[in-house]
Design a binder for this molecule. Structure first.
Ligand SMILES: Nc1nc2c(ncn2[C@@H]2O[C@H](COP(=O)(O)OP(=O)(O)O)[C@@H](O)[C@H]2O)c(=O)[nH]1
Ligand SMILES: *[C@@H]1O[C@H](CO)[C@@H](O)[C@H](O)[C@H]1NC(C)=O
Ligand SMILES: *[C@@H]1O[C@H](CO)[C@@H](O)[C@H](O)[C@H]1NC(C)=O
Ligand SMILES: [Mg+2]
Length: 394
């Protein structure tokens, strides 16, 4: 096979060549500057200037809405004035760097290059220089890298490790995903009870949780944080499905114990009809998939949730079973406040393997903003709990 370039291809290559050349010159200039500053200061320098290394990957997708045109910059400046007290948050390991970068690029491309919210990355280990540099090169706003305090992450000493090990082995024998993993349990407990206490998050009210290797198939042309604020919401989701029952056999009993002790925290007009088929006698395992969350940390920091978490933690279920932060968040968000505090972000396309939420006809998809197939949206597939969510508003 011979390689032939038509004139279009040649044009693209020429533009790419010029782009790479300019970028190399600018990177070089920048590198000189960067050497005398710390990594974080260097990041600040990268963020706003037209030298931003960030623009290169986006410019390659020239069929999509680019960044950096005067109109976009003007829009960004306008939007910056109304910015919510919010951050984008990712928990990741150094080994997740490739997939973390992919997620960050995608969210920047579809949303954040226009809004420039800061990012916070958390890890129980110090982030590597590679991680910080590569993430710094793709985000448009400020970025902070934090280490999680030991006592917020590792299995507490009062957990009976022999019993915990036996429970892990049992889940492994039942082929339950992450059944044998202690680090996964640390992560679930951290996301349930501690992330919002991290020093780097204290200055924020809102967060958007992002994970490595997630996708955003639609352009997001409004600010979801401001939507939450304006509509008095505390918790937003895109996908809802049932939890593996083997991972939470006693979570609902522990919850009922708590609500019996503290009936004052159970709100009128709550979402029990979504969580249960029998008015709370048992849990139907439906939860909001917490790898995507746009939510108010002040709800987690509040008395009801803090007490609920302490109660759950004291049961040891994060280690003796494999309680996930998704059912824990969902039950609390569903019971300790009215159902109108929770928002289904139908118009935000979102993918985390193996499921994708693709907006339906009347949403963003019809406005020509999505690349996903709405017919393959998870929403009304057998597994989805969306019908159970919607039935409480009928
Ligand atoms: N720092 C750190 N992050 C973790 C660890 N385990 C999981 N994560 C992060 O926690 C989130 C959920 O983990 P993931 O492997 O995606 O679990 P899944 O989505 O349930 O399959 C992701 O943001 C991971 O990067 C860990 O041991 N250390
Ligand atoms: C942002 O939210 C946090 C948490 O609610 C609060 O402590 C902080 O004062 C807020 N900052 C601004 C500028 O409103
Ligand atoms: C917002 O919700 C809170 C409860 O969290 C309620 O007290 C308040 O009245 C609501 N405000 C508006 C404007 O609806
Ligand atoms: Mg994940």
């Amino acid at each position: 096979m011979t390689l032939k370039f038509n004139s279009n291809t040649r044009r693209v290559l020429l533009i790419a060549f010029i782009g790479i050349t300019i970028h190399s010159i600018l990177s070089y200039t920048h590198e000189e500057y960067g050497r005398v500053t710390s990594l974080q200061n260097m990041k600040l320098d990268l963020s706003w200037g037209s030298q931003s290394g960030y623009q290169t990957p986006v410019a390659m997708n020239d069929h999509e809405q680019g960044v950096g045109t005067p109109t976009d910059q003007h829009e960004a400046a306008l939007m910056a004035q109304h910015k919510a007290n919010a951050t984008i948050l990712m928990l990741a390991r150094n080994g997740d760097v490739d997939s973390a970068v992919r997620s960050a690029m995608r969210l920047e491309d579809k949303f954040n290059s226009k809004f420039r919210y800061p990012w916070v990355f958390l890890n129980e280990e110090p982030f590597s220089d590679e991680f910080k540099l590569r993430i710094g090169n793709v985000v448009s706003g400020e970025v902070k890298f934090g280490q999680i305090p030991r006592e917020h992450w590792f299995q507490p000493d009062w957990i009976d490790e022999e019993y915990a090990k036996a429970s892990r082995d049992e889940l492994v024998s039942k082929n339950v995903i992450y059944g044998g993993s202690v680090s996964y349990r640390n992560m679930c407990r951290f996301n349930s009870g501690f992330f919002f206490l991290h020093p780097l998050l204290q200055e924020y009210k809102w967060y958007w949780r992002v994970e490595p290797d997630v996708t955003f198939p639609c352009h997001i042309d409004y600010d979801p944080f401001q939507y939450m604020e304006t509509h008095n919401k505390t918790y937003g989701f895109t996908i809802t499905l049932p939890e593996y029952v083997e991972t939470i056999p006693t979570l609902w009993d522990a919850t009922k114990e708590f609500t019996a002790e503290h009936p004052e925290y159970v709100a009128h007009g709550n979402s029990m009809g979504y969580l249960s088929e029998n008015n709370g006698d048992s849990y139907n395992n439906c939860h909001f998939w917490s790898n995507f969350e746009i939510a108010d940390m002040d709800f987690w920091r509040g008395e009801a949730y803090m007490k609920y978490f302490e109660h759950l933690d004291s049961k040891g279920g994060f280690y003796y079973e494999r309680w996930g932060d998704a059912p824990v968040h969902s039950i609390a968000a569903g019971l300790f406040q009215g159902k109108d505090k929770i928002h289904f972000f139908d118009d935000i396309g979102y993918g985390h393997a193996p499921f994708t939420h693709c907006p339906h006809d009347d949403g963003a998809w019809a406005r020509g903003k999505c690349s996903c197939n709405p017919e393959k949206s998870f929403d009304y597939e057998g597994w989805s709990c969306l019908k159970r969510w919607e039935r409480i508003f009928e």
